[in-house]
Design a protein around this ligand. Structure first.
Ligand SMILES: CC(C)(COP(=O)(O)OP(=O)(O)OC[C@H]1O[C@@H](n2cnc3c(N)ncnc32)[C@H](O)[C@@H]1OP(=O)(O)O)[C@@H](O)C(=O)NCCC(=O)NCCS
Length: 264
């Protein structure tokens, strides 16, 4: 077989692609961790990267129906890195676990591209121990869309969706969907501010709802403000109509009405 044909054959291409993927995984750590200085440093010293390598192998075995072997490789990865990633989880490209340790990623988790997790994060089920037989093969872990960042210690529980580009604060407990592009903090997690802080300033200045900010508290306040404005317009309108009626009425009645309005 000529060299050209060997290069063109799919397995060769696949190998090249795999090599590129390893490289882009390392580059993702360089891009997102200010403490990372070289590819060699990431490859040797980052448990998050080692955990990803163990995951890629265990996931390949899992998908090839080597289920126990997949889990075995995964458990070795956990021993070495203290990061537990179930081989059945689906993880996209350029995934970064910074610092690592005490991370759990459950079986039915789905993670998009360019996602970052810090130490102590759980992507777990809500009550895995209750009726656990019925939960087998059910989607019970979260889905993180692309470019999501999950702060250290955050617990993301249940088959919820964290939207693209959303950020979850350190130690938050999230049990409901998080919309794309927002920041959610606290227990239970609530949206604190859209990522575009200029848009947030506009909200304060003009009292208009922020595009893409579904914070229920802000929306409720805005709804109340609009209702008060509408009521004020209606009251003013009624007063004007009353004045018109009074003008056409007798002088005595007019005085009565004006006097009664003065009392109010
Ligand atoms: C959530 C986070 C991304 C928000 O960053 P930000 O966009 O700069 O937001 P701000 O700092 O302006 O905070 C917005 C509001 O949320 C609050 N807040 C921020 N993080 C919070 C958290 N983890 N828990 C509770 N409230 C939080 C702030 O006090 C502020 O409230 P205020 O408006 O009433 O003052 C960031 O605070 C965070 O938790 N990052 C995790 C990073 C991490 O895990 N690092 C570990 C590295 S080892």
């Amino acid at each position: 077989m000529s060299i050209d044909k060997r290069i063109c054959c799919p397995t060769y291409k696949e190998k090249l692609m795999k090599f590129k993927r390893f490289k882009e995984d390392i580059d993702a750590f360089l891009a997102r961790d200010p403490a990372a200085r070289s590819r060699l440093e990431v490859a040797l010293c980052y448990p998050g990267y080692h955990a990803l390598l163990f995951y890629r192998l265990s996931n390949w075995l899992w998908r090839d129906n080597w289920r126990v072997l997949g889990r075995f490789v995964s458990s070795i990865g956990r021993l070495v890195t203290l990061i537990e990633i179930h081989p059945g989880a689906e993880i996209g490209r350029r995934f970064v676990i910074d610092h690592g340790s005490a991370i759990v990623i459950g079986e039915t988790s789905i993670i998009g591209d360019d996602v970052t997790l810090y130490q102590g994060v759980t992507l777990g089920g809500v009550s895995p121990s209750v009726d656990s037989h019925e939960q087998v093969d059910q989607k019970r872990h979260p889905t993180l869309a692309s470019k999501v960042i999950i702060g250290s210690g955050a617990q993301i529980l249940g088959p919820i969706v964290v939207g693209e580009g959303a950020r979850v604060g350190a130690n938050a407990v999230v049990t409901k969907d998080v919309p794309a592009g927002v920041t959610a903090v606290g227990i239970p997690a609530r949206v604190v501010m859209p990522r575009d802080k200029e848009e947030a300033k506009k909200f304060v200045a003009y009292g208009e709802p922020i595009d893409g900010c579904p914070d229920p508290v802000l929306r409720t306040i805005e709804g109340l403000r609009q209702q008060v404005t509408t009521l004020m317009v209606q009251v003013r309108d009624m007063e004007n109509r009353l004045d018109d009626n009074v003008a056409g009425d007798s002088e005595g009645n007019k005085e009565k009405v004006v006097a009664s309005r003065g009392k109010r």
